[in-house]
Design a protein. Structure first.
Length: 71
């Protein structure tokens, strides 16, 4: 397996983890707003996706660059 393929797989795994963490944070925020008195809107939970999106973008760029270098 080439290093490029490793970064493609890592990007796919990061996207799955991003979806799971964001969904959990969103549900937690909805619960907190309803029962615990949180004052922030539930959409704040989507900010947890930002670091994952950056990581996915970096993995994709590295995968493309390593594929080109490998040619």
């Amino acid at each position: 397996m080439t290093l490029s393929a490793v970064f493609w797989i890592l990007a796919a795994l990061l996207s799955d983890v991003m979806c799971a963490v964001t969904a959990y944070s969103y549900c937690d925020m909805l619960w907190g707003i309803r029962y615990a008195g949180y004052s922030a809107p539930a959409s704040v939970a989507f900010l947890t996706a930002v670091p994952y999106a950056v990581g996915i973008a970096v993995c994709i760029v590295l995968a493309v660059l390593l594929k080109r270098k490998n040619r």
